[in-house]
Ligand binder design. Structure first.
Ligand SMILES: NC(=O)c1ccc[n+]([C@@H]2O[C@H](COP(=O)([O-])OP(=O)(O)OC[C@H]3O[C@@H](n4cnc5c(N)ncnc54)[C@H](O)[C@@H]3O)[C@@H](O)[C@H]2O)c1
Length: 258
C-alpha cells in the first residue's frame, strides 16, 4: 500500500473527469481509498473510474452538476449509500474564463460564482452533517493563485477563489472541535486540459506560457493530487483552515509589489 494509507476511506472528488480532479481521484484510489468519481460529463467520469478499476482500485461514477444543490446533495447521499460513510470531500470543480471585468456581462460573473464558490458551499453544506455524525471528516477545497493575489482578467474568479479560502477557515474554526478539517489547496498554473485550451490562445501558446512561470514550467495535475492525499490523510492532522499553495512559487510573484 502506498504511504500514507487511506485504506477504506470514502472519498468524493468533484470534476474528476479531467485535470486535477482526475489525477486526485486516481491518487486517492492508489492509496487505498474508495472513490466516488463525479463530473458533469459522464464519458469523462467513466474513463476515470475505468482507469481506477484497471489499476485494481475501488471507484464508482456519480454524475453531478456542482452548481445545483439538489444534485450535490444526491452525490453526498450516493457516497454514503455506496460506502457507508464519507471521510473526504475534495471540491475541485471550477474554472476561469479570463476577460476584462468592466466588459464582462453580469450573467457571466454569476456563472463564475456558481461554479467556483456556490459549488463549494453546496458540497460543504451537504457533507457536513454526515461528517459531524461520524465525528470526523476532511473537506479539501480548490482555490487558485488568483484567490491569493490579483490576476488581470480574473477578478470575479479571484473573488470566488478567495471565498473558498474564507469558507475553509470558517468551517475549520467552527467545527474543528467536532473532528472536521477544512483545508484549501491553491494551485498555480497546472498543465490540465482546461489550462491548455486557454494558454494555447496566447502568443507562443502553452509552451511559452509554461516557460514564463517562476519555476520555468507549469505544474502537473499529479503534483496537486499528491498534496491532496497528504492533506486529507492523518499525516496532516493539525493542518486545519489553512490555504496551501502548490504553485511553483506563483504566490511569491503575486505578493510582490509592482
Ligand atoms: N489548471 C490550473 O492551472 C488551475 C490553477 C488554479 C486553480 N485551478 C482550479 O482547479 C480546479 C480544476 O481545474 P482543472 O484545470 O483541472 O480543470 P479542467 O478544466 O481541466 O477540468 C474541469 C472538469 O470539471 C468538469 N466540470 C465543469 N463544470 C462542471 C460542473 N458544473 N459540475 C461538475 N463538473 C464540472 C468538466 O467536465 C471537467 O472534467 C478548478 O477549480 C480550477 O479553478 C486550476
Amino acid at each position: 500500500m502506498s504511504y500514507p494509507d487511506l485504506k477504506d476511506k470514502s472519498v468524493i472528488v468533484t470534476a474528476s473527469g479531467n485535470g486535477i480532479g482526475k489525477s486526485s481521484a486516481i491518487e486517492f484510489a492508489r492509496h487505498g481509498a474508495k472513490v466516488i468519481v463525479s463530473d458533469i460529463r459522464e464519458d469523462l467520469a467513466e474513463a476515470t473510474t475505468q482507469a481506477i478499476h484497471e489499476a485494481g482500485g475501488t471507484a464508482k461514477t456519480v454524475i453531478a452538476d456542482v452548481t445545483d444543490f439538489d444534485q450535490v446533495k444526491a452525490l453526498i447521499d450516493a457516497a454514503v449509500g455506496e460506502y457507508g460513510r464519507l471521510d473526504i470531500l475534495m471540491n475541485v470543480a471550477g474554472g476561469a474564463f479570463p476577460m476584462p471585468f468592466d466588459t464582462t456581462p453580469l450573467e457571466v460573473d454569476h456563472n463564475i460564482l456558481a461554479l467556483n464558490l456556490h459549488s463549494v458551499i453546496y458540497g460543504t453544506k451537504a457533507a457536513l452533517p454526515v461528517m459531524l455524525e461520524q465525528g470526523q471528516g476532511v473537506i479539501l477545497n480548490t482555490s487558485s493563485g488568483a484567490g491569493i493575489g490579483a490576476v488581470n482578467g480574473l477578478a470575479t474568479y479571484g473573488a470566488a477563489k478567495a471565498g473558498t479560502q474564507a469558507l475553509s477557515r470558517s468551517i475549520a474554526a467552527e467545527f474543528g472541535k467536532r473532528g472536521i478539517r477544512a483545508v484549501t489547496i491553491a494551485p498555480g498554473a497546472m498543465d490540465t486540459p482546461g489550462l491548455r485550451s486557454w494558454a494555447d490562445t496566447l502568443e507562443g501558446g502553452y509552451d511559452a506560457f509554461s516557460a514564463k512561470q517562476p519555476s520555468g514550467r507549469c505544474g502537473t495535475a499529479e503534483e496537486i493530487a499528491k498534496a491532496a492525499v497528504f492533506l486529507a490523510s492523518d499525516q496532516a492532522s493539525f493542518i486545519n483552515g489553512n490555504t496551501i499553495p502548490v504553485d511553483g512559487a506563483i504566490h511569491a510573484i503575486l505578493a510582490a509589489p509592482v
